[in-house]
Structure formats: structure tokens, C-alpha cells
Design a protein around this ligand. Structure first.
Ligand code: HEC
Length: 464
């Protein structure tokens, strides 16, 4: 373990680094790729069926926007997810790859098909749009593209579900090294939150994509110099609103069903996850946030459906903004409630395996810090490098969630605390009020070093 160089992100911290990338990726992958492919394939099929050539052209212009965003921002942040996950938690990625190797491999192949199909659909649209036969063929590309997009979500949601509900059945077979014998990879795939999570994400993504389509249709049709395109505004917006009328209630119901599958201990953390610890007991605030997001979606959908022509642009942007808030909250909450684990009951957020804790408490956490310089991990006899050693421990055990003096900075959290108080807190880390923190792992001497380092953060400048 810990045989990777330590990567730190000052000020914003690793959590925020990952969150920024992940949330942008969810916007594009859910709204642009998975939902967008379904919504645009449906729109292409519908306009072609009605022989509505101007509408069909509007769909092409929408596809151009979706195409540019998914192949640039979507692909970049997708790679970003891999890079960030690898440098932040190589242990977790290692564990997940071991369990999901073939599934991930298939996902990668399908993803390549997805990109090729999107390229084909977009590039061949114009030449094929000339004839009815060509259009019918083109619509088929759209349908295949939508299917392949969905299959990538099918596999990724299995991995996400696994991290929250690994389906161990009391037997953590995940790690053949530690638990020889009972290896059951199908248990990992068919974990309890996979299908509910997939179903909820599928419908909510389609709804989100329809909202994005409404916003872009508004722009494309309102500012078009072609009168025929301008005329499509009303029927296209109404068509997308109809998709929302169907998918929003189904998505909400499935979201509730998904919520019920989440383990009790994780569900109890939802208020803290949504509103931070300071507001965790303000349940009415949480319901206000949920109602505001839900209310905005419902209201703007009704406006779009009944008054597509006069729908103000602000309503279309509010609709999209509500969905962005929703996905932002959903992702933050889903990630947070899994704490203190990265893989439930198996690996802590700092990459330490639960089963390794007794061993590491005996030999110390620093023993396996391969890439760390000797004088930053081996305490000198005169203890002159105590703070440096403590710093290394914080880098290993705390940096997943804390920075030194930025977001969730240890310096500010312990302002005014004595070294003794810090030492006591480390001794009792998850404590009563912070169940999301993993316990301290390591020896008593390492606790002293960590306490000395944290105490030094508020003393800097005073010394010397
Ligand atoms: C899984 C994420 C996570 C890890 C890992 C983690 N913490 Fe925390 N810690 C938090 C969060 C979240 C808070 C709450 C911050 C707040 O209240 O604003 C917190 C709060 C604290 C506080 C303030 C507690 C209080 O009573 O007010 C201290 C001290 C602290 N952490 C120390 C540590 C140390 C030392 C480590 C490493 C050994 C560590 N934490 C590891 C997430 C984590």
C-alpha cells in the first residue's frame, strides 16, 4: 500500500478538484451524451415521420451543439476522471479494476463505438437528409448512438453502485489476497443499488437533455435568419416539453426508489451531505432546496408545454439551472454519504483497507510509505523532524478530505486548540458528530507526530 508518490492539491483540496471535474462530466455525459442521444434520436425520428423537414433541420443544428460539447468537454473531463481518481486514490482504482476489469474493458469498447456512431451520425446527416430513404437510415444511426451511450451508463452505474453497496454478504470476497476462496464477481455487478441507480439516472438524464434541448432550440430558432427554422420553435419546444412531462415524474419516482435502497447509515448522512454540518439539523432548509429545484422544473415544463412560442428565455435557462443544481447536489450527496468509505466497509476514503487497520496500528502507517524520503518518515532520536513526519502522516491519512490551510483546512478547524486537544481528537476521530471521518490508523508515536504537525499550523510565525 501507499506505493505511489503523494499528490497534493493546495487550497482547493483533492475533494474539490475531483468534484469540479466530476460535476462538469456529469452535466455533459448525462445531459449531452446519454440523455441527449435519446432526445435527439427521438426528435429526428419524429420530425422525419411527420415529414417536417424544417424541424428535421432544427434537430441537426441542435445535434451540432451537442456534438461539439460532448466530444470536447465530455471527452476531456472523462479522461480527467481517470487521471484524478488515479492520482487521488490509486488504491481504490486498483481495487475497482480488479473486480470490474472485463466490465470496464467492455465499457471502453462500447464507448469507442459510441464516439464513432456520433461522428457518423453527425457527418453523414447532410448528405443523407436529401432523400426520405437516407433520413430513415440516418435516424437509425441516432438510435444506435443512443443505445451505445446507454450501455456505457449501464456499466458505470454498476461500479458506482458497487462502491456504495458492494454486496459483500458479510464475506468481503472482493480481495482474493485477503479472503481466499469466495470470489463472486457477479455479486459485485448485481449489487442492490445498480438497477435502481441506472433506472433513475436514465430517466433523469433524458429529462435533463430535453431541458437543454429546449434552451438551445429557443436560441437556435429565435435568432435564425431562416423563417422556416424560426417557425419550428413552437412545435420543437412542445415536443421536448412532452418528453419532460413523461420523464420528470418517472425519474422522480425512480429517484425515491433508489433512495430506499441506500443503507441506513449512509442515508442518515444526507442532511449533512446536502447542507454541511453547520446546517445539518435544519431539515426545513433541505426540503426548501428540494422543493425549489423540483418546483422550478415542474413550472418551467408547464410553461414550455402550454406556451412554447412565448416561453421567456429566462424560463428555459432556469429550467436548465434547476437540473444542474439537482445533478450537482445528487453527485455531492451520493459521494458524501458513502464516507468514511470509498468502497463501503472495505476501504476508507484515504485508501486504507479496513482489514489492514489492526496490522498498520501495530507496525505504523509510515512503514509502507515507499516514495517518502527517509527523514520525513523515520523519527530522529532528537525528534527534530517530528513535524515533518507528522506532515507525511497527514498527507497519507487526511489529505483525501483536508487541506493544510485551504478548503476544509486543518489549520482553521483546529484554531485555538491545544496540542493535547488535537491529540485527543485524533484518538477519537470519527467521534460522535463526525461519522464521515475514518479512524486514525497507526502507532501512538505517529499520533504524537500528527498532533505536533497540526498544532504547528497555527503556531507558524510565532516560533522564531
Ligand atoms: C473522509 C473525509 C475525511 C478524512 C479522511 C478526514 N477528515 Fe477530518 N473532517 C472531515 C469533515 C467533512 C470534517 C467537518 C468539517 C466541518 O465541520 O466543516 C472534518 C473535521 C475535522 C476536524 C474538526 C473536528 C471538530 O470537532 O470540529 C479535525 C480536527 C479533523 N477533521 C482532523 C482530521 C485528521 C487529523 C484526519 C486524518 C487523520 C482527518 N480529519 C481525516 C472529513 C475527513
Amino acid at each position: 500500500m501507499f506505493d505511489f508518490p503523494i499528490f497534493e492539491m493546495p487550497t482547493i483540496g483533492l475533494r474539490m478538484l475531483m468534484a469540479i471535474n466530476a460535476i462538469i462530466h456529469v452535466f455533459v455525459s448525462h445531459g449531452g451524451a446519454v440523455g441527449g442521444s435519446v432526445v435527439l434520436a427521438l426528435a429526428a425520428w419524429w420530425t422525419n415521420k411527420k415529414n417536417d423537414l424544417a424541424g428535421y433541420e432544427t434537430v441537426y443544428r441542435l445535434l451540432m451543439v451537442f456534438f461539439i460539447i460532448t466530444t470536447s468537454v465530455g471527452a476531456l473531463t472523462g479522461i480527467g476522471m481517470w487521471i484524478h481518481a488515479n492520482i487521488i486514490s490509486p488504491n481504490a482504482i486498483g481495487g475497482l479494476i480488479r473486480v470490474f476489469f472485463w466490465k470496464w474493458f467492455i465499457e471502453w469498447i462500447v464507448f469507442n463505438f459510441e464516439v464513432i456512431l456520433l461522428l457518423f451520425w453527425f457527418m453523414s446527416w447532410k448528405p443523407k437528409a436529401e432523400s426520405a430513404e437516407g433520413r430513415t437510415k440516418s435516424v437509425k444511426f441516432g438510435i444506435y448512438y443512443a443505445l451505445s451511450s446507454w450501455v456505457t451508463m449501464l456499466i458505470i452505474t454498476a461500479i458506482l453502485g458497487f462502491m456504495l453497496t458492494p454486496n459483500f454478504d458479510g464475506q468481503p470476497w472482493i480481495d482474493p489476497e485477503v479472503y481466499p476462496g469466495v470470489v463472486n464477481y457477479n455479486n459485485a455487478l448485481f449489487n442492490p443499488t445498480w438497477i435502481p441507480g441506472l433506472a433513475f439516472r436514465t430517466f433523469s438524464s433524458i429529462a435533463f437533455a430535453a431541458a437543454l434541448a429546449i434552451m438551445w432550440t429557443w436560441l437556435i430558432t429565435s435568432f435564425s435568419s431562416d423563417a422556416k427554422i424560426r417557425e419550428t420553435k413552437e412545435r420543437m419546444i412542445r415536443f421536448f416539453a412532452k418528453i419532460m412531462l413523461i420523464t420528470v415524474p418517472i425519474g422522480a419516482a425512480l429517484g425515491y426508489f433508489y433512495l430506499l435502497q441506500i443503507p441506513e447509515a449512509a442515508r442518515a448522512m444526507i442532511p449533512t451531505a446536502m447542507m454541511t454540518r453547520a446546517f445539518a439539523d435544519k431539515m426545513e432548509l433541505m426540503y426548501t432546496i428540494i422543493s425549489a429545484i423540483g418546483g422550478t422544473v415542474v413550472l418551467t415544463t408547464i410553461i414550455a408545454y402550454f406556451s412554447p412560442k412565448r416561453m421567456p428565455y429566462i424560463a428555459a435557462t432556469l429550467m436548465v439551472a434547476a437540473f444542474m443544481l439537482f445533478w450537482g447536489y445528487e453527485e455531492r450527496t451520493r459521494e458524501f454519504i458513502r464516507k468514511p468509505f470509498l468502497i463501503y466497509n472495505y476501504m476508507y476514503a484515504n485508501g486504507i483497507r479496513v482489514t489492514d487497520v489492526p496490522y498498520l496500528n501495530k507496525v505504523g502507517i509510515l512503514k509502507h510509505a515507499v516514495f517518502v524520503d527517509e527523514d520525513k518518515k523515520v523519527l530522529k532520536e532528537d525528534k527534530s523532524n517530528l513535524i515533518d513526519v507528522g506532515h507525511t502522516i497527514a498527507q497519507i491519512e487526511c489529505r483525501a478530505c483536508h487541506t493544510e490551510n485551504g478548503i476544509n483546512g486543518l489549520k482553521f478547524l483546529t484554531k485555538g486548540w491545544s496540542e493535547e486537544a488535537i491529540r485527543n481528537r485524533i484518538n477519537n476521530l470519527p467521534g460522535g458528530g463526525t461519522p464521515y471521518m475514518p479512524p486514525f490508523t497507526g502507532t501512538e508515536a505517529e499520533k504524537d507526530a500528527l498532533a505536533a504537525y497540526i498544532a504547528s499550523l497555527n503556531k507558524r510565525g510565532e516560533i522564531k
